[in-house]
Design a protein around this ligand. Structure first.
Ligand code: BTN
Length: 214
């Protein structure tokens, strides 16, 4: 199925625009903007969104695998640019320890809004990287978008967990996790079928911010 794409020059946040459209009952569509004035990150953070980056949101029906599927889709697209991305749990797309893409998923009623930011031709922070920084050339944001959407739509649920584990840079590391309930620390040993991070102690983390310690 080819998803309808709504294109904008400047919006507050593509996630918010997508939610407004979804309220009217529409599903399986994409909102993309050249710039965001109130880009949102995970854990209440901001997502700097200057022109040159790719900012889009996909609205689709709820599925517990969505965080894994979206991370895999972005990472696979970056491989087409000869890059070797890895996924820091849950779905930060990293290249040599620098973030190149972030994903914010917001779920309401029967659907989820998957917001994806990719640093394409612009690197908004010193600690981040972009496709341009890594390849030395400007690339078409539309090409990146088309590729991510194609991967997203063709990601077969059967292999999601295996694909995800192959890309994970968190499994096997000693991690500190900041969750809304407080901090926890331990060795990350697996990711389960619900996308939860499994620690050696048996603890399963639903959401949080991971720091790789060693
Ligand atoms: C993160 O790593 O903290 C998640 C960042 C998600 C950013 C994207 S950009 C498109 C969409 N609209 C937003 O306001 N946020 C997401």
């Amino acid at each position: 199925m080819k998803m309808k794409i709504y294109r904008f020059k400047k919006v507050s946040s593509t996630n918010d625009v997508a939610k407004k459209i979804a309220l009217k009952g529409e599903r399986d569509f994409v909102v993309v903007a050249d710039e965001q004035t109130k880009g949102k990150g995970r854990m209440g953070r901001k997502w700097l969104s200057p022109v040159g980056g790719l900012y889009f949101s996909i609205v689709t029906k709820k599925n517990p695998m969505l965080p894994l599927i979206s991370g895999i889709s972005v990472a696979s697209s970056l491989k087409d640019f000869d890059l070797s991305p890895v996924l820091k749990w849950p779905n930060d797309v990293m290249i040599k320890n620098k973030k190149i893409s972030g994903i914010l998923i917001e779920c309401l009623n029967d659907y989820c809004v998957i917001g994806v930011g990719v640093n394409v031709n612009k690197t908004p922070l010193k600690t981040a990287t972009s496709i341009k920084d890594e390849t030395g050339r400007n690339v078409s944001k539309d090409m990146v978008l088309t590729s991510v959407l194609k991967n997203f739509e063709s990601c077969s649920e059967k292999n999601v967990l295996d694909e995800y584990k192959k890309l994970s840079s968190t499994i096997g590391k000693w991690v500190k996790i900041k969750t809304l309930k407080g901090d926890t620390e331990g060795k990350a040993v697996d990711v389960d079928e619900h996308g939860r991070l499994v620690l050696e102690s048996g603890e399963r983390i639903v959401s949080g911010d991971v720091i790789h310690l060693r």
